[in-house]
Design a protein around this ligand. Structure first.
Ligand SMILES: Cc1cc2nc3c(=O)[nH]c(=O)nc-3n(C[C@H](O)[C@H](O)[C@H](O)COP(=O)(O)OP(=O)(O)OC[C@H]3O[C@@H](n4cnc5c(N)ncnc54)[C@H](O)[C@@H]3O)c2cc1C
Length: 431
């Protein structure tokens, strides 16, 4: 059986993909695997770029375990099956008057997959999706069904909320939510200089701020989201069709030309920057956060302390320009609140995330490695779901609670049932 992730960067041939429908079935799968000496990797929507999903053994998907199990509008919480896809979650929550506090820029991931890699949106006062979780139920590497929250076991809770599926198979998660809210989205074309000059205001005076800088240009697209009571101003049918054609079809066509003639990337970046238009929309939050990403790419993203953000970005710009790197995908910059999750890139620091992308099929290793050298210089920590070239020794220096995390991982999964070759190098006892 051949399997590949969304971007095509990871390919493997698992023995089988299993689709359990209940916690009992999951326990059985774990016990069978232990008895037959097989390893397990869990899969959400396969949207991670890093090697965390690679396996020649068993893949377990919770696609048959989706939906809301229970909810409480008063305390604004809901317990959902861990396989629930974020788009479905948004729609189901909306029906009961609730919404996620924040989201990333797509909604096709499963909630378990998104939590497991530290998926984040943007917003200086808002944490990663893992910080929205108040309780997790999971089957550990011994086949035991466990429930953990902050009160029951703070250390385990701080480890499991971002754990790459190395502690067990999440079956249910309880999420802290907001009442349904509307967001006004304002997008603008600006110069990079202007954007950096007003950065402080953009970050602190807006609920969600991010920007995309187009390489080989001085142009950025800024995006501000703020809660509002204003009347809806939805994306009209005509604009939807035009966006689909421009952002997907035309961008894909230009990207494909750049794949054949890499030097053309610079022109594509300039055309894309030229095509940015200003806009304002108002809609329910779950409709605003999610965008469509149908042109496939590979990605590296680093969390960099806020005090180094501008310097790191300018160095990246100089690198791309001096070396004439053939890239046309914009560099995305977001801002996220600190958390207390042991191996979260946002651990103990409110910081910026800088992401570099390359069109699928175009070489990315040289560009990503040189970008990583800049991020590393500024104490950057990579997004776990995206490409990075770090070793165990790098991670152990980046995370003060690295050893503690490994000890907890070893208690929950002493046989390394959930470790593939890549994760073994990071988390196995002798790693
Ligand atoms: C187009 C695109 C846009 C993206 N946008 C963003 C963004 O805005 N912000 C951001 O931070 N990231 C973003 N990402 C990265 C993405 O959110 C993460 O890689 C996320 O983990 C993918 O979720 P998934 O459901 O596909 O999980 P997968 O990639 O399938 O799995 C991720 C991890 O979760 C584990 N896992 C899955 N199910 C379970 C389970 N039931 N129990 C325990 N562990 C489990 C897997 O074993 C694996 O370690 C984007 C990726 C793509 C391709």
């Amino acid at each position: 059986m051949k399997w590949t992730n969304w971007s095509g960067s990871v390919k493997s041939e698992p023995i089988a993909i299993l689709y359990p429908s209940s916690e009992d079935e999951i326990i059985e799968i774990v016990k069978d695997a232990l008895g037959t000496n097989k390893k397990i990797r869990m899969i959400g929507s396969g949207h991670s770029f890093s090697r965390i999903l690679e396996t020649e053994e068993l893949l377990v998907s919770l696609d048959n375990m989706q939906g809301i199990i229970s909810h409480d509008v008063e305390s604004q919480t809901a317990t959902v099956w861990a396989g629930t896809k974020l788009k479905k979650l948004g729609d189901l929550l909306f029906d009961i008057g609730l919404a996620q506090e924040n989201m990333g820029d797509i909604n096709v991931q499963s909630i378990a997959g998104a939590l497991s890699t530290g998926t984040h949106g943007t917003g200086n006062t808002l944490g990663t999706l893992s910080t929205q979780i108040v309780e997790i139920t999971f089957v550990n590497g011994l086949g035991q069904l466990q429930m953990v929250n902050e009160q029951k076991d703070k250390s385990l809770f701080d480890a499991i909320r971002l754990s790459l599926g190395t502690l067990g198979i999440f079956t249910r998660v309880k999420i802290r939510l907001d009442k349904c809210y509307r967001l006004a989205e304002v997008t603008q074309k600006e110069s990079l200089k202007q954007c950096l000059e007003q950065l402080e205001w953009s970050i602190t005076e807006n609920r969600n701020f991010e920007f995309f800088w187009f390489p080989h240009t001085d142009t950025v697209q800024t995006k501000f989201l703020n809660k509002t009571e204003e009347p809806f101003r939805r994306v009209g049918f005509l604009k939807k069709v035009t966006d689909l054609l421009i952002e997907n079809w035309l961008f894909y066509a230009l990207s494909s030309m750049a794949r054949i003639l890499p030097g053309f990337s610079k022109q594509v970046a300039k055309i894309s920057a030229w095509g940015i238009s200003n806009g304002k929309f108002v809609d329910w939050s779950h409709n605003i956060y999610a965008t469509s990403r149908s042109v496939r790419f590979n990605e590296m993203e680093y969390n960099v302390p806020i005090e180094y953000f501008k310097t790191a970005l300018i160095e990246l710009k100089e690198l791309i320009e001096k070396e004439g790197i053939n890239v046309h995908f914009p560099i995305e910059c977001r801002f996220v609140r600190k958390d207390d999750i042991m191996i979260s890139p946002a651990y103990n620091r409110t910081a910026a995330y800088i992401a570099v992308h390359q069109f699928k099929g175009m070489p990315y290793e040289g560009y990503f490695k040189k970008s990583e050298a800049i991020f590393k210089k500024y104490n950057g920590r990579p997004h776990w779901g995206k490409i990075n070239y770090l070793s165990e020794s790098d991670f152990s220096k980046l995370y003060p609670k690295w050893i503690e995390f490994k000890e907890i991982q070893n208690v929950q999964d002493p046989n390394g049932l959930f470790l593939n070759a890549y994760l073994e190098k990071l988390f196995a006892n002798d790693a």
